[in-house]
Design a protein around this ligand. Structure first.
Ligand code: A1EHT
Length: 114
């Protein structure tokens, strides 16, 4: 059994492992993930594995519809989040919100606060 992969920039690893970051916003090239799917998560810079996540939902969103709740789920301010997205995806407006839950090594939901 193998899982599909997703990568995150390494600066987000600690927030993901602490369950402070529970969504990611991606462009159409990463809109193919399915609810219930388990993904192997690695750092973009060195492809180092750091956890598994379960996809809860994949929801289309326009850049202008991003709100404070998304920012909270990203552990950022809304201004920071919009700036990050514009830097990663210059000129793009159509995205998906991938809502996820981090799994512990046994495959169980890792969070103790939900
Ligand atoms: C490494 C790679 O291939 N791509 C991306 C794309 C996005 N993101 C993060 O998702 C949120 C919204 O875009 C922000 O927190 C981003 O920094 C990421 O970590 N890595």
């Amino acid at each position: 059994m193998s899982y599909r992969n997703i990568t995150f920039f390494s600066r987000f690893e600690s927030d993901i492992l602490a369950d402070r970051k529970t969504i990611t916003i991606r462009d159409q090239s990463e809109s193919h993930f399915q609810p219930g799917e388990i993904l192997t998560v690695a750092r973009n810079e060195d492809d180092q594995y750091f956890c598994h996540i379960r996809v809860n939902a994949v929801t289309p969103i326009h850049f202008d519809a991003l709100n404070e709740q998304h920012a909270v789920q990203e552990n950022m301010t809304l201004e920071e989040l919009k700036s990050v997205i514009q830097t990663i995806y210059p000129g793009q407006n159509e995205f998906v919100v991938i809502d996820f839950t981090r799994l512990d090594v046994t495959g169980n939901v890792a969070a103790t606060n939900s």
